[in-house]
Write a protein that binds this ligand. Structure first.
Ligand code: PHE
Length: 339
């Protein structure tokens, strides 16, 4: 009996397996109910009393060895290193979780994509701007309330240097260094001195559009915005333009789309009106063209600006604006499949 155990011990020591099936076969052979070790255990009662101690110890040693060896082989084939030398050196040492794009980036890219298919190219400008590009060149009167400290962040030592409060400043930068035809789309972050709540934040994101050429009309503006709305929210989407006011456009309008949540029937999201506002727009005021070195007797243009948070909210129903900047992984992971 001792010799038999010793022989099995040596056998177990040398075991090899190339795959999970081979490991399972070994487990059955040695460790199952009808396996070699159990058979020896069954014979144990025939061992003479004076040998029982020695045989018992040896038998236990064999059982433990076999269990350890088979567990080790199992782990080795699972990690693809079956003791055969075939290691997979390309395996990563730990699970790698790929990052996801931020929902605002996903929507920003989608907006830029739609307009680039319509011939708009991208332009960007600085977030720390001067008063000229944000306000004066955009036809804001010296005492316009938007210049107030309530709305604008100033760089303390320089009353002329501010954080831009809208992306319209990029319009000024494009116009001052280019002559028409101009067709640009300008995404970017903007800052306003607002108390942070579910509905307002001290920074958010806008996309500005600007088109200047000979004979650009309000009809062109309306057509491009309709195309945009239908690309973004579906072909059944309707738009309506309401007269509004911006210092840099004349005439100006605000655009609503038919509520994409209730399809225009009326729900709590659209306050039961069937419409939701998504952007401001208008014909570039001739004073703005002139201030930026473009001859307003030859050229006309349109501009529009929208909040990316607002569009994202409509697409994904994000209830609280603060979610966008809190880096909560549970929220961000929800956009994995939208990438
Ligand atoms: N700049 C405006 C805003 O921040 C949006 C706008 C852009 C309106 C261009 C008209 C034309 O609200």
């Amino acid at each position: 009996m001792i010799a038999k155990i010793q022989q099995l011990l040596e056998e177990v020591e040398r075991l090899q397996a190339t795959g999970p099936e081979a490991v399972e076969a070994l487990r059955i052979k040695y460790l199952s109910k009808k396996g070699a070790i159990n058979e020896l255990m069954a014979d144990f009662r025939n061992v003479p009393a004076e040998m029982k101690r020695e045989v018992g110890v040896k038998l236990n040693e064999l059982k433990t060895k076999a269990q350890e060896k088979i567990a080790a082989l199992k782990e080795a084939v699972e990690t693809n290193d079956a003791g055969t030398g075939d290691m997979d050196l390309s395996r990563t040492a730990y699970p790698v979780t790929p990052g996801t794009r931020h929902p605002l980036t996903i929507v920003r890219n989608e907006i830029v994509d739609i307009f680039s298919r319509l011939g708009f190219s991208m332009a960007e400008g600085p977030e720390v701007e001067d008063d000229w590009h944000v306000y004066s060149s955009m036809n804001f009167a010296d005492d316009h309330p938007a210049r107030d400290m309530q709305d604008t962040f100033f760089v303390e030592a320089h009353p002329d240097i501010i954080l831009r409060s809208h992306t319209s400043s990029v319009q000024a930068r494009v116009m001052e260094s280019n002559q028409p035809p101009i067709r640009v789309i300008c995404p970017g972050r903007v800052y306003r001195n607002e108390a942070i709540s579910a509905r307002a934040h001290c920074f958010f994101h806008q996309v500005e559009g600007l088109y200047i050429d000979k004979n650009v009309s309000f009809t062109d503006l309306k057509q491009v915005l309709l195309l945009f709305a239908q690309e973004m929210f579906g072909t059944g989407t309707r738009i309506r333009l309401r007269p509004s006011y911006f210092p840099f456009t004349e005439p100006s309008a605000e655009m609503d789309i038919s509520c994409n949540i209730c399809g225009g029937e009326g729900c709590s999201f659209c306050k039961h009106t069937g419409w939701v506002e998504i952007l401001g727009c208008g014909m570039v005021d001739p004073a703005v063209l002139e201030a930026n070195g473009i001859d307003s007797s030859v050229y006309t243009g349109y501009a529009f600006g929208m909040g990316i948070e607002r569009i994202t909210n409509l697409k994904y129903q994000v209830k609280d604006l603060r979610m966008f900047s809190e880096n909560d992984m549970r929220f961000l992971k929800e956009f994995e499949s939208a990438n």
